[in-house]
Structure formats: C-alpha cells, structure tokens
Design a protein around this ligand. Structure first.
Ligand SMILES: Cc1cc2nc3c(=O)[nH]c(=O)nc-3n(C[C@H](O)[C@H](O)[C@H](O)COP(=O)(O)OP(=O)(O)OC[C@H]3O[C@@H](n4cnc5c(N)ncnc54)[C@H](O)[C@@H]3O)c2cc1C
Length: 317
C-alpha cells in the first residue's frame, strides 16, 4: 500500500520507522533484531536508507595504491523484500542520485516493482566522502527533481529505451525530503522552498523532513510550505540524542540547531546514560506535541537506538 493511502485511511497519527542496511559482512538478522521489538507498535511502513558507493585507496602487495569502489551498506532492495515478507509491512526504499546511472536506477526501480514495493523516497544523496560538492555520475542525475522525473516517467510507462513508450506503468508513491532549517547548500529558505515546490509540481506525493529538535521550526516550515502552494502531507522526521558527542556531530552532519534548553540539560549530564534519559524525554515531549497538532505520521530515525524509540513510542500510541 502507498504511504499516502495509509495517511488517507488513518484516523489518528501514524507511526513509521527508518532503518539503515547492516554493514557488509553482517546478516539480515541484525535488521530483525532491531525491528522485532518495534513491531508491536504496528508501524504503517518502514523506510530503508540507500548508501552510495565510495572510492578508497588500498595498498597493494607491491606498495602501490589502487583506487577501489566499496559499498559499505548494500542490500536496500533485499531488505525491503525481507521486511515485506517477514512482517507484512510496507517498505519504503530510499533512492539516491549519487553513484547511480539512470540505467542502474531504472533497473533498481524494476526490481522494486517486481518485489511489490509501492513506494520510494527520492533523494539526491550527499557528496561522496572525498568530494566537497555533490557530483553526479556521468550518466546520472544532478538533483532529486531529475530522479523524481525518471520515476514519474516509469509510472507513465516511459522507459529509457527509446522504443518503450507504453511499457508497464509502475505505481510508485513518491516522497521527497524537506528541510525545516533549510538545506545547507540553498542560498536562503525561499529558494529552497521554490525547489521543493518544483519537486511537488513534478509529482512528489508527500514530504519527509530532516530531523529537528524544536517543533516550532517544523510548524513554521509547514506554514511556509502552505504559503508557497505546497499542499502535500509533510511528515516530521525525528531522532533522539543519546550521547554528548552528538551536540557537535548532529549540527555538523545534518545542519540543524539543538535548542539551548536541550544542550544545557545534556551538558549537565555526567555520563551518556543520563544523556539518553534527557534525549528520550525530549523526543517524547516533541512527539506528544506533534501528535496533538495532528501531524500525519511520526517518522523515527531509529539508527541503532531501537530501545530509545521503543521507550518513546510506547508512551504515545
Ligand atoms: C528524510 C531524509 C532521508 C534521507 N535519506 C538518505 C539516504 O537514504 N541516503 C543518502 O545518501 N542521503 C539521504 N538523505 C540526505 C540527502 O540525500 C541530503 O540531504 C542531500 O544533500 C540533499 O538531498 P535532496 O533530495 O534534498 O536534494 P535536492 O532536492 O536535489 O536539493 C539539493 C540542493 O539543491 C538545491 N536545488 C534543488 N533543485 C535545484 C535546481 N534545479 N537548481 C539549483 N539548485 C537546486 C536545493 O535547494 C538543495 O540545496 C536523506 C535526507 C532526508 C531529509
């Protein structure tokens, strides 16, 4: 079922989770161990992130360095199939521009369609670790908007091969990313919203936000989107803070602010166990307020912290 169908049919705020594929070398059991306890909350769907390949230099026996391509977290498509088979819950794979040619993207979309996936979250992806700015593949997409157009083309039976103009029409429900605190490369919020509107006009069915720790930022973002004529559901993305290091890692990585009240409380903690309690309580208060405001879905980035998410969600369902 599509994410937007879940939202249309819902009588109350829904719950969804986001997971990362395990590192290469680990088994699918690490996904089940992670999700098993969370399934009692009957999530409407589960997102699975996609990770681009990276280039690293490896020293060969003769001492010469060789450039090799590695993908540390493969398996997005397989995990989606596993989730749907094992839990009978809809999976939402992320699809990224970075590291993929249009042809590889088309093949991935066909695979996803064949295993019964009805949803994709379409993203650009970040710059590769060894690059300052995002660079598309020679035959790939530069912006999420271009990737989105490829998905809508497939939904209209238009494939890359010139002679397939009336092929099987996929029916992917398409989500895109939105940034309550602005995407870090956008010159200003207005321009960022103009590009977000372009994604919606091109066929995005809903928006999932970057994490935020101040609900006011989300409420203001929704208002600005509506003022820009963006009418689709806007799903808040939520993440707990569980250790002191995140006070600098999260702003640096995700370009979001941590409110002073929260950082002050965390700085008072002597050990990370206490930080986890503060982070859990903060996330719970955020979730309660958002639910009261009638958001369509509470979307949790579970990222290795299923117990914290469990402690929060059990208080709000
Ligand atoms: C909910 C969520 C899930 C994510 N999941 C993943 C994941 O699984 N894997 C992963 O690698 N990354 C993931 N990311 C990170 C995401 O890929 C990065 O934030 C990336 O930097 C931007 O992606 P985007 O889809 O918002 O890009 P875009 O919508 O393409 O926007 C990127 C930048 O370009 C600007 N822009 C857009 N269109 C144009 C245009 N036509 N001309 C000029 N500028 C333009 C925008 O304002 C913005 O500054 C996720 C982010 C979110 C919020």
């Amino acid at each position: 079922m599509k994410v937007t169908e879940h939202i249309k049919q819902a009588k109350d705020t829904l719950i969804s989770f986001e997971i990362l594929p395990p590192l290469k070398g680990k088994t699918i059991n690490s996904i089940y161990d992670h999700l098993d306890p969370l399934m009692e909350f009957k999530p409407s769907y589960i997102n699975v992130t996609y990770h681009r390949s990276e280039h690293v230099f490896k020293k060969k026996a003769d001492g010469v360095f060789e450039k090799v391509e590695v993908r540390k977290r493969p398996g997005t498509v397989g995990i989606c199939a596993a989730i749907m088979n094992y839990y009978h819950v809809d999976a939402v794979p992320h699809l990224i521009c970075g590291g993929f040619s249009k042809r590889e993207t088309e093949d991935a979309l066909i695979d996803l369609n064949f295993i019964g996936v009805d949803n994709v979250l379409v993203l650009r992806g970040d710059a590769a670790k060894n690059e300052t700015f995002f660079e598309p593949e020679p035959e790939g997409h530069r912006f999420a908007l271009d990737l989105l157009k490829q998905v809508t083309n497939l939904n209209n039976g238009i494939y890359l091969e010139e002679d397939i103009r009336d092929g099987f029409r996929t029916k992917f429900d398409i989500g895109v990313a939105g940034y309550p605190e602005k995407h870090f490369e956008a010159p200003n919020m207005d321009t960022d919203l103009t590009y977000l509107k372009a994604k919606v006009d091109a066929g995005a069915d809903y928006i999932v936000t970057q994490m935020f720790f101040d609900n006011q930022k989300y409420f203001e973002f929704v208002k600005k989107c509506r003022d820009h004529g963006i009418e689709v559901p806007i799903i808040p993305g939520l993440k707990p803070i569980t250790n002191k290091k995140q006070l600098s890692v999260i702003p640096r990585t995700f370009h979001v602010d941590i409110p002073a009240h929260l950082s002050d409380e965390i700085l008072k903690c002597k050990e990370d166990k206490e930080v986890e309690l503060v982070g859990t309580e903060w996330l719970l208060q955020q979730s309660r307020e958002l639910k009261k405001a009638g958001v369509p879905v509470l979307h949790y980035y579970t990222l290795g912290k299923p117990k914290v998410i469990w402690n929060v969600v059990k208080e709000i369902v």
